[in-house]
Design a protein around this ligand. Structure first.
Ligand code: SAM
Length: 243
């Protein structure tokens, strides 16, 4: 894979916003939506030998003891041991992860893709595709990828496309600029990359959601968290498909 051009314009803003953001972790622990996410994630990671948590945020929102070993990667993490006995922290970007091909039995990202934004809508889509390709690359053949991501409907996605550049021009400081995809766009990127879909489901939103770092009544936001469970085909399967 060729080295990516640095299309993520918001690296510094994301790193500054999320490093030591205790409020973010505290809000999550209180809200029903994130308790649903925790339950669904724990179902997926139970019994996994080598797990990668991408864009981890500096804290685990699941019980790491359910997996053999958990590696967490984020822009601002310092390389070294994680907060639990079986975890390791690693600094790195989703766009170009510091791990060799096939390093993990399960690769997971929760609510990161909408943060890997660029200078245009086109760059957002190309970053998102690139991230999904990176998930595929570091996932072992036959391994699993889990995407838990806040999505929007096609109409709101169209609205975002229209306002994205103007918002970039005027926005100064505060929460990083985000761009949310539709569930179909995420699925399309995953299938194009070579993943096979095993499950797609929507996570119940509960009454309150976090949007732009603020707690909102769910009914006032277009966001719906989706979970995709994907499989990187085994070497034998890829060979059989190619024959
Ligand atoms: C909304 S938080 C999600 C944190 C955690 N995954 C969770 O679900 O609670 C987004 C995280 O993505 C990280 N992030 C943003 N861009 C990234 C990139 N290019 N590479 C790695 N992490 C990134 C941010 O630093 C932040 O920790």
């Amino acid at each position: 894979m060729t080295a990516p051009t640095n299309t993520q314009a918001t690296v510094a803003t994301n790193a500054a916003w999320f490093a030591d953001n205790d409020q973010y972790a505290e809000n999550q622990s209180k809200l029903e939506c994130y308790q649903h996410i925790q339950r669904t994630v724990e179902r997926e990671v139970r019994g996994v030998d080598r797990l990668l948590d991408i864009g981890n945020g500096g804290f685990f929102n699941f019980d790491t003891a359910l997996a053999g070993h958990v590696t967490a990667v984020d822009l601002f993490l310092k390389d070294g041991p994680g907060p639990t006995p079986n975890s390791t922290f690693k600094e790195g970007s989703f766009l170009d992860m510091p791990f060799p091909e096939g390093s993990f039995d399960c690769v997971m990202q929760q609510n990161v893709l909408h943060h890997v934004t660029g200078r245009s809508v086109r760059e957002n889509f190309s970053n998102m595709q690139r991230c999904v390709q990176e998930m595929y690359r570091v996932c072992a053949p036959g391994g699993k990828a889990v995407i838990v991501e806040s999505t929007v409907g096609p109409l709101f996605n169209l609205f975002e496309k229209v306002v994205y550049r103007p918002v970039l021009w005027v926005k100064r400081g505060g929460h990083p600029v985000t761009f949310q995809y539709t569930a179909a766009q995420l699925l399309d990127a995953a299938l194009k990359t070579g993943f096979v879909l095993e499950e797609m489901s929507f996570v119940p939103r509960g009454r309150w959601l976090l949007q732009f770092g603020i707690v909102w009544p769910s009914l006032l936001t277009p966001a719906v968290p989706v979970k995709l469970v994907l499989r990187r085909p085994s070497v034998a399967k890829v060979a059989a498909l190619a024959a």
